[in-house]
Write a protein that binds this ligand. Structure first.
Ligand code: IDP
Ligand code: MG
Length: 138
């Protein structure tokens, strides 16, 4: 069974949307198998977003994702990576369909409310960054 990492990003946390966003993923049939609240530091943020380190938006992204506590979750299910990406909608909320999380709640291309891993390989690495095996309840 596939697993993927979800983050409820600062813009959503600040508007009280954590449980709403977690519910969206449960409603599409995914199983919540790990959950925690944490305040990411710049080291963890840099590791999580390492693939973007040469992008012009990298520094702002690190400042944003470390700007408040977040919720991190692991979901399990068939094609969990793809199901989560579809449930979130595309990166830019102005282009994301209504009914997707980003379409309904995202503020702009940076403050887009939620993160979901983009491949099974990246999901496994991202899950390890946030959760010890003993914190996952499969
Ligand atoms: P994704 O979250 O849909 O996988 P990525 O391209 O991997 O999108 O970008 C990671 C995150 O970086 C986005 O979710 C968003 O918060 C931020 N981001 C992406 N593109 C831009 C941009 O052009 N300007 C500012 N922030 C961006
Ligand atoms: Mg990505």
């Amino acid at each position: 069974m596939e697993r993927s990492l979800v983050l409820v990003k600062p813009d959503a946390m600040q508007r009280g949307l954590a449980s709403t966003i977690i519910s969206r993923f449960e409603e599409v049939g995914l199983k919540l198998i790990a959950l925690k609240m944490l305040h990411m530091d710049r080291t963890l943020a840099g590791r999580h977003y390492a693939i973007h380190k040469d992008k012009p938006f990298f520094e702002n992204l690190i400042t944003y994702i470390t700007s408040s506590p977040i919720v991190a979750a692991v979901f399990e299910g068939e094609n969990a990576v793809e199901v989560i990406r579809k449930t979130m909608g595309v990166t830019d909320p102005s282009r994301a369909e209504t009914g997707t999380i980003r379409g309904d709640y995202g503020l702009d291309i940076e403050r887009n409310s939620t993160h979901g891993s983009d491949s099974k390989e990246n999901a496994d690495g991202e899950i390890r960054l946030f959760f010890d095996e003993s914190e996952i309840f499969a």
